[in-house]
Design a protein around this ligand. Sequence first.
Ligand code: DAH
Length: 360
Amino acid sequence: MTDLNQLEHDLLSQVEAAGDEAALESVRVSALGKKGSVSELLKTLGAMSPEERKERGPLINGLRDKVQGAITAKRETLAEAALEARLSAERIDVTLPVPEAPEVRGRVHPISQVIEELTAIFADMGFSVAEGPDIETDYLNFTALNFPEGHPAREMHDTFFLASDEKGERKVLRTHTSPVQIRTMTSQKPPIRVIIPGRTYRHDSDQTHTPMFHQVEGLVIDRQANIAHMKWILEEFCKAFFEVEQVKMRFRPSFFPFTEPSAEVDIQCSRKGGEIRFGEGTDWLEILGCGMVHSNVLRNCGLDPDEYQGFAWGMGIDRIAMLKYGMPDLRPFFEADVRWLNHYGFRPLDIPSLVSGLTS
Ligand code: DAH
């Protein structure tokens, strides 16, 4: 009798003291498991005389029910406490700011932005966009553009050559966007008005040169296209692109195999305290090469130079991006550093247009 009371007292206080589910479970096993203290007592009932069983039976079964009941109640209490703890640990502060969505947080690379700007400006003047492959034939990159075989001008381009193919033909990574002039003149009938933005490659690397860079070419072919038209177009472009009222330009005689006459164009600027401004000042900065398309080039494209004429120009996109947005070094353009992109990149939904403003 007393030992049953003692056992009950011990077990109930062990149940009460269990701090978590695992502790409670080991109390249950020690009492009600196969070899548990209460189970062992239950087993003794079988060997008892009927009188003894009548007396001890209800006491032992009562003990089992009490312990079982206490364990069930304790389990519920522990579960509630665990839930309570989890709810308070995982509470969300709904007043915290929502993180920006990827399409808002992402940034447009300055090169892509400048290509969009160029396209908007020239589209407004009636130009469409033409494109060609980065891997180009030697013929289109040089020969068709009136670079004779072995001509020193080929050397000037620091060309990347690919290994010869089975026909012995050695392709190149295009050194300029000019081969797309040939592709355009051989696939479209004049009048032609295109710009050709794209990647170009030369074996060169320093603060303002990278082995891969970008150019935009322009080409106009019809019966009367002349130098005055070219000057007007380039001047309108510079004013729109640099967002200034006036810009003075200087055409210096130059040489390119595919144009005759050829010129390099400088624009007026001021350099005060390391900052370059356009539309003012007494300094000059070279921004592009241009000229009247050479008659040999027209002939190479099946156009009769007595019937058609035109002009072309080529400009470094990276260079004009650096000038417009005050970026001193070209190399980080191609390093994919998100910190640089966060600083110099553009918001994705601010698409440049002449109506809403190129950069505002
Ligand atoms: N292709 C020349 C270069 O990469 C740039 C150029 C000069 C393009 C004069 C032209 C042009 O279309 O007329 O240096």
